[in-house]
Design a protein around this ligand. Structure first.
Ligand code: ATP
Ligand code: MG
Length: 386
C-alpha cells in the first residue's frame, strides 16, 4: 500500500470517527482510483455511525442527503461525503433507492455497490476489504457487476450507462455476463432523468475513448432521446476536440445530425446555438474560414471548425490556427472603418449597418489593399439600400 497517498485532511476524518468508537472506511471510486494510481477527485467514506452521530463527531458538516444517510464533512479545505452503512431497496425513479435500510456491517454496504472495482473499502491503516474480487478485476481490466447483473441493472438502469462510462474512462472491458445484461436491459435507461444521462454522456465524451458511447447507442440506452446512431469514425474524432463539455456534447448531436438531441438531453442553450452555427456557417475552405473569422471571430469559428472536423473529417481547425499565427487576417478590430463612421457618413442607423460591415469585411479579405478609411467609406455608401 506504499503508493497510497491519502491526504491528512481525509485521514483525520477516518481517525476522528474511529476515536469516537465507530468504524470508518474510504470506499468506492477513491479506493479504486488509488489502487489504479489515478488522481482522486472525491472522497467517500462509509461508517457505522448514523447521520446524527456523524454530525456530533465533526464541527463542520452539511446534511447533504440525510434520507440516504449522507453528511458532507469539511476538513480543512477538503470535503468528504460520509455515509452510514446501508443497503438500497428498490429504485422507484430508477435513480434514488426508495427504501434505504441502514445496516451494521461493511460487507452489506459493499454489496449494494455497482461494480466489483467500486465495492472495496480501505481503513486509515491502508487495509483493503475486497469481498467481490475488485482488485482482481482491476488487474484484468474488467467491469463486473456485484452479484447478478440483470438484477442489479433492473434495480437501477443508470448503472448500465456508468458501465459504459467507466469503460471509456479506464479503458476496461465489460465482463461478459454484465454486458449480456446490458444488451437485454439497455433500453431501460430511457426511464432515467435527462440530467443523469447528460452527466454520464459528457464524462464518456471527455474521456480518452469517446467512441465507447457507441455501445450505449447499440444497446438502446438513448432510445428515449434519439433513434439515430452516430458514425463510428466521427465519434472517435470527438477525442480531438478541446476538452469543453459544451463542445463535446454538441459534437455528438451534430454527428448524429439530430438538433433535438440537445434539448432532450437538457444540454445548455450554448450548445444548441453552436449546433445551429456549425450547421449554417460556410466554414470549409481556407477562404470561407477567413470570411467566417472576419465576421464571427476566432473563438466561435474555432468551435465550428472543431465540430465540422469531427463530423466530416479534415483539418479546418488547423487551417484556422495557421491563419491566426500568420497574423495576416481581417477582423472587426482591424477593419479601418466602424459602424459609427458609416452612420456619421449619413447611412441610417439600423440592421443594414451590420450587413454593410459584414460585406466590407468580406471585401477586405479578398482585396486587402482596400482596407483604408477612404475606400471603405466609398464602398459603404455604394452599399446603401443593398
Ligand atoms: P467517479 O470517478 O465518477 O467519482 P465513482 O465510482 O466514485 O466514480 P460516484 O458517483 O462518486 O462514482 O459514487 C461513489 C460510489 O458509490 C461508487 O464507487 C459506487 O460504489 C457507489 N455508487 C454510485 N452510484 C451507484 C449506483 N447507481 N449503483 C450502485 N452503486 C453506486
Ligand atoms: Mg466518486
Amino acid at each position: 500500500m506504499s503508493n497510497f497517498k491519502v491526504p491528512d485532511s481525509v485521514l483525520i476524518i477516518l481517525k476522528q470517527l474511529e476515536t469516537a468508537g465507530f468504524q470508518a472506511y474510504l470506499v468506492g471510486g477513491c479506493v479504486r482510483d488509488m489502487i489504479m494510481g489515478r488522481s482522486i477527485h472525491d472522497w467517500d467514506i462509509t461508517t457505522d455511525a448514523s447521520s446524527d452521530e456523524i454530525m456530533t463527531v465533526f464541527r463542520s458538516t452539511i446534511p447533504t442527503g440525510i434520507k440516504y444517510g449522507t453528511v458532507t464533512v469539511m476538513s480543512r479545505s477538503t470535503k468528504a461525503e460520509v455515509t452510514t452503512f446501508r443497503t438500497d431497496g428498490t429504485y422507484g425513479d430508477m435513480r434514488h433507492p426508495e427504501n434505504v435500510r441502514f445496516v451494521k456491517n461493511l460487507e452489506e454496504d459493499l454489496a449494494r455497490r455497482d461494480f466489483t472495482m467500486n465495492a472495496m473499502a480501505m481503513d486509515m491503516r491502508g487495509n483493503v476489504t475486497d469481498v467481490f474480487g475488485g482488485r482482481d478485476d482491476i488487474k484484468k481490466g474488467l467491469i463486473r457487476c456485484v452479484g447478478n447483473a440483470e438484477k442489479r441493472f433492473s434495480e437501477d438502469a443508470l448503472r448500465m450507462l456508468r458501465a459504459v462510462r467507466f469503460s471509456a474512462q479506464l479503458g476496461f472491458e465489460i465482463e461478459q455476463k454484465t454486458e449480456a445484461a446490458m444488451e437485454k436491459l439497455g433500453r431501460n435507461v430511457a426511464g432515467i432523468s435527462a440530467e443523469r444521462v447528460l452527466e454520464e454522456t459528457v464524462k464518456m465524451l471527455m474521456s480518452p475513448k469517446p467512441e465507447a458511447v457507441l455501445k450505449a447507442f447499440e444497446y438502446g440506452m438513448y432510445s428515449g432521446i434519439t433513434d439515430k446512431i452516430p458514425d463510428i469514425a466521427a465519434v472517435g474524432r470527438i477525442g480531438r476536440i478541446k476538452k469543453e463539455k459544451c463542445l463535446k456534447i454538441c459534437a455528438l448531436a451534430y454527428i448524429l445530425g439530430d438538433p433535438e438531441f440537445l434539448p432532450k438531453i437538457k444540454a445548455e442553450s450554448k450548445a444548441v446555438k453552436l449546433y445551429k452555427l456549425a450547421d449554417s456557417m460556410a466554414c470549409d475552405s481556407e477562404k470561407e474560414i477567413r470570411y467566417a473569422v472576419a465576421v464571427y471571430g476566432f473563438g466561435t469559428v474555432g468551435a465550428v471548425c472543431m465540430l465540422r472536423d469531427a463530423k466530416f473529417g479534415g483539418y479546418r481547425f488547423l487551417t484556422m490556427k495557421k491563419i491566426k499565427k500568420s497574423g495576416n487576417y481581417i477582423t472587426k478590430n482591424n477593419l479601418q472603418i466602424s459602424g459609427e463612421d458609416i452612420i456619421a457618413a449619413g447611412i441610417e442607423k439600423g440592421p443594414q449597418i451590420g450587413a454593410i460591415l459584414t460585406a466590407l469585411l468580406r471585401h477586405v479579405n479578398d482585396v486587402p489593399e482596400d482596407n483604408n478609411e477612404e475606400t471603405l467609406l466609398k464602398l459603404a455608401m455604394s452599399m446603401e439600400n443593398m
